[in-house]
Design a protein around this ligand. Structure first.
Ligand code: ADP
Length: 545
């Protein structure tokens, strides 16, 4: 016997319809690349999104066509999120920090029909335009006054939107229709596209809103610093509409001072970004002696949150840290380190130990760890294995890549190495390509970095495996000192004593002015491995190793 409930497809447009009906006065605030602050409401956004859907139709965009964006976090980008997906075409967010050759490759691979871009990227688009084979229209996300003098084939967003009536009904279609496309950053080989569906996107929004994940509500003012071009800003643009949270967009200004000002001015309660951005914020707070008076929760993910950062945010600033893990392939939300009731009974140190892990799953996503032969490993918090994921918002195959099959027995191989404890809290020990293999044993580079960053004189650290005559590989620590700090190699190596097995201690420390940063604000280790490949050529390892 069938249930007798209504059938409604899970569509991205239903999120904006809900926000416009139930939270129509809620604010969306954006720092614009034009230099000012823009504010309006969900009600106004919903009307403009419909006008933009009409624009897309007028530009010849049909259901299933890809609509490219090269844009910062801002209200026009949000309108595109809804106009493109809502009208049945596919939003394709592009990472402007990629090398232009990679952007060219991605845009041609996706066959984007229209390219929307912020003023910042005008020179980039000018260079790219002749090489793009599928793009029919280039739309500057600003008004006519900002169009270049030779606007040959460029259109102004505001002109286009103003010309429409907004008299538009969101079409209803199969919830498994593709809604958006995001390419991985392609640290190995060409980037690969992940094609999200309306269904996966709406379910992911529920996942992000749950109290044991990021937990966003109508009482929040949310600042997604994580870019809308990187895995849909962790789903926040959708979840904010689902729950009616105020949204604050930082535009292109992501330094500590700009973020501080925006958070204070807009009463931000929850802010989300990668650890390197938090690092910048903490440095600003420390130097200025200021405090974030409204911020309650810091969502930190994309790379491991160093325990020292967690402690500083919690103890010095009274901000609760939510450490999260995910990937482009998992929409991205995978886990969050939100405590269980029994963790609250523990000492502060025990709580930090759990919160510092990458976290546990909410319903909708599942994880397991396996050994090299594919056997499932125990959840004891100590045994590390290959992390596999599956769930309602996990990718099943890559876009345009019928030759690859990323699933093993129905599970996606994440490429991460992790432990899972008895309570289901997962902890990443490494990316499989970063793990250090010394004498046949694994050393966790993340754990060594976490310890190093707990030293008061260290701002950032990356640990890499460097070829070694006797042990194949040994850990080398590459560190950046905090401004004014004079920590030396011996100091830092002594700091590891008692914190890890002695043979895990790095063989050497190199101090550098800055670490190489990838296009999504994460430290990239490949150039360091290249630069320091001969550093341990002479056997410098400690006697005891
Ligand atoms: P890529 O960096 O490959 O472009 P993503 O941005 O999707 O892709 O990054 C996903 C990867 O980032 C994960 O597989 C994992 O290695 C790493 N990552 C994400 N969150 C965390 C975290 N909290 N701690 C450690 N690593 C993380």
């Amino acid at each position: 016997m069938q249930g007798q409930m209504m059938q409604q497809p899970l569509l991205v447009s239903s999120l904006i319809t809900h926000a416009a009906r139930h939270h129509k006065d809620q604010e969306i605030v954006s720092r614009r690349v034009e230099g000012d602050i823009h504010r309006y409401t969900f009600g106004e956004m919903a009307v403009r999104a419909k006008k933009l859907a009409q624009v897309l139709g007028r530009l010849g965009v049909e259901p299933g066509d890809r609509v490219g964006t090269l844009a910062w976090n801002g209200y026009r980008h949000l309108e595109l999120y809804y106009a493109a997906s809502g009208s049945g075409s596919i939003l394709h967010t592009l990472n402007p920090r990629l090398h232009p050759d990679q952007l060219e490759w991605i845009i041609n691979d996706a066959a984007d029909k229209v390219l929307f871009f912020d003023l910042t990227f005008l020179p980039l688009v000018r260079d790219l335009a002749p090489k793009l084979t599928s793009v029919k229209h280039f739309v500057l996300m600003s008004d006519r006054d900002h169009l270049p003098a030779d606007p040959a084939s460029m259109l102004a967003y505001e002109d286009l939107v103003e010309a429409e009536s907004g008299d538009y009904e969101w079409p209803v279609f199969d919830e498994n229709t593709a809604s958006s496309l995001c390419y991985t950053s392609g640290t190995t080989g060409n980037p690969k596209g992940v094609l999200y569906s309306h269904r996966s996107t709406v379910l992911h929004s529920y996942g992000v809103a749950m109290p044991d994940s990021i937990g966003i509500s109508a009482r929040d003012s949310v600042l997604p610093v994580v870019p809308m071009f990187h895995v849909n800003a962790w789903g926040i643009p959708y979840t904010a509409c689902m729950v009616g949270a105020k949204v604050v967009f930082p535009g292109a200004e992501m330094d500590g001072e700009s973020l501080y000002e925006l958070q204070e001015a807009e009463g931000v309660t929850l802010s989300a970004s990668v650890p390197t951005v938090w690092q910048g914020q903490l440095q600003y707070l420390e130097a200025s002696g200021r405090r974030l008076s409204t911020l309650q929760r810091a969502v930190i993910g994309g790379a491991a949150c160093p325990p020292a950062m967690l402690r500083t945010l919690e103890e010095d600033y009274g901000i609760t840290v939510i450490h999260g893990w995910g990937m482009t392939e998992t929409s991205p939300f995978g886990t969050a380190s939100v405590l269980k009731a029994r963790n609250l009974q523990g000492t502060r140190e025990e709580r930090y130990a759990v919160q510092g892990k990458q976290g546990r799953c909410v319903f909708g996503i599942d994880l397991k760890i396996i050994d090299d032969e594919g056997r499932e490993l125990p959840w004891d918090g100590a045994t590390a294995g290959h992390l596999m994921a599956r769930g309602l918002w996990v990718m099943s195959r890559y876009y345009n890549r019928p030759d690859t099959d990323p699933l093993v027995d129905g599970w996606f191989a994440t490429g991460d190495i992790a432990t899972i404890d008895a309570d289901g809290f997962m902890q990443i020990t490494d990316r499989s390509k970063d793990i250090i293999k010394s004498g046949g044993e694994w050393i966790s580079s993340i754990e060594l970095e976490n310890i190093a960053m707990g030293h008061p004189g260290v701002a950032m650290a990356a640990c890499i495996g460097v070829p070694h005559q006797k042990w194949d590989e040994r850990p080398l620590l590459v560190a950046v000192r905090k401004p004014g700090a004079d920590v030396g190699e011996t100091d830092l190596l002594e700091f590891f004593a008692g914190k890890i097995a002695k043979w895990w201690t790095p063989d050497a420390v190199v101090f550098v002015d800055a670490l190489p940063m990838g296009t999504t604000g994460k430290i990239v280790k490949a150039p360091l491995r290249q630069q320091f490949q001969h550093h341990l050529a002479a056997d410098r390892s400690p006697e005891s190793v």
